[in-house]
Design a protein around this ligand. Structure first.
Ligand code: FAD
Length: 370
């Protein structure tokens, strides 16, 4: 016999936990089902830990709206919940004259998106702010920051649990079915169970499409294709030559090998970008040469031997090579016809920054009449 519950959130990454928190705080009974032995072991702990300002995303997209709203909410939340973070600021650098056009485009898009605090930098201003960075111009985004993603997830989980939510670890959702009484989930792991849920949130990150496909009754045509793109990070030996995060002018699908400085002062370069066909976090050390070349475009002082392999992360893509980067896909009943079900697909960057706003959006979707 299936055990009846109110809400199941599938996946305890930063997005699943933010949603669980929101639903629990709005009075719902929530169980978070997580396949692994700990929360947040996939994309939520394998990213740049940057609080993005919301510069790049197309006008009116979910990415633009949820990033800007999420960033504001996140700074407030971190302040109130003592989550370690730093509003360190970021400089985007045009390495040569040909990149000035890109810089201007960012600035206009950022303003449309509601980032009103950007400041263009001349070559001299850039050199004064970041003496070790070479470029012909830049702009400064003061509201970009860094955050302890693990601390954030702990805080979300703490709020959710304080409002009655339960986290079930080693509880992979293996299949399910949409029925007249709700969505039935088959949960594997050490203590397999069957749950009948009024509400299901599929926030399984890299596995979200596979989870949706395993639930009978979700129209297959609403499930996007699955693609993965790996990113490697190298760390810099020694102290930071930078005062802020440094980004080159980006490609359409990727922000380029950029500099982040974690809360301990460690400089990380990355992530790079390569399509892969399965979830495999192994570090490919043959990328080193390409990293040196990419970094030296804006940091010519990088010495041989100064980089050491860091870690990798995998982007949960819903589009393939040469297709334009799509928006976040967050589907409610109006999209797939199943009451009480929300599927989240393609929650790549800026998902961490947007997590609180994504949770509000999911809550709103559930409140709408079908
Ligand atoms: C290289 C990289 C850099 C990034 N940098 C940034 C950044 O600087 N700033 C930013 O805002 N965003 C960034 N992002 C994006 C951000 O990390 C993600 O948007 C966010 O972590 C997604 O969280 P999630 O909860 O959706 O997914 P995940 O963290 O992947 O969580 C999904 C969870 O679902 C679980 N799961 C999977 N299948 C099942 C199942 N069948 N049953 C139960 N549980 C299951 C998994 O074990 C996992 O814990 C970056 C992403 C990448 C890849």
């Amino acid at each position: 016999m299936a055990e009846k519950i109110d809400c199941a959130v599938i996946g305890a990454g930063v997005v699943g936990l933010a949603i669980a928190r929101k639903l629990a705080m709005s009075g719902r009974e929530v169980v978070v089902l997580e396949a692994e032995e700990h929360f947040g072991t996939h994309t939520s702990s394998r990213n740049s830990e940057v609080i993005h300002a919301g510069i790049y995303y197309p006008t009116g997209s979910l990415k633009a709206r949820l990033c800007v709203a999420g960033r504001k909410a996140l700074y407030t939340y971190c302040g109130e919940h003592a989550v370690d973070h730093r509003r360190i600021g970021k400089v985007i650098v045009a390495c040569d004259e040909s990149e000035l056009v890109g810089l201007g485009k960012y600035r206009r898009q950022a303003e449309v998106n509601g980032c009103s605090d950007l400041r263009m930098l001349t070559r001299d201003e850039l050199a004064a702010l970041e003496p070790n960075v070479r470029g012909v111009a830049g702009f400064l985004s003061p509201s970009t920051g860094t955050i302890d993603a693990h601390g954030l997830m702990l805080a979300y989980l703490g709020d959710a649990e304080a409002h009655g939510a339960a986290l079930a670890l080693v509880s992979p959702v293996v299949s399910g079915a949409v029925t007249r009484d709700g969505v039935v989930l088959q949960v594997g792991g050490a203590e397999p169970m069957e749950l009948l849920c009024d509400t299901v949130i599929n926030s399984a990150g890299l596995n979200a499409q596979a989870v949706a496909r395993s639930i009978e009754g979700i129209p297959p045509e609403t499930i996007p294709p699955t693609f993965y793109a790996i990113g490697h990070y190298y760390t810099l030996i020694g102290s930071s030559p930078f005062n802020r995060l440094i980004y080159p002018v980006a490609r359409p699908d990727w922000l380029g090998v950029h500099v982040t400085i974690d809360l301990g002062g460690q400089v990380k370069f990355g992530p790079d970008f390569a399509w892969i066909d399965r979830i495999d976090y192994r570090f490919d050390e043959s990328r080193e040469e390409a990293f040196y070349a990419a970094i030296r475009r804006y940091y010519p002082g990088l010495e041989d031997g100064a980089l050491q392999p860091g870690y990798t992360g995998i982007r949960p893509k819903i589009h393939g090579p040469s297709e334009p980067a799509p928006d976040f896909v967050i589907q409610g009943a109006a999209d797939h016809g199943v009451c009480g079900l929300v599927n989240l697909y393609g929650i790549e960057s800026p998902g961490l920054t947007s997590s609180l706003a994504i949770a509000d959006h999911v809550h709103d979707l559930l409140s709408r009449k079908p």
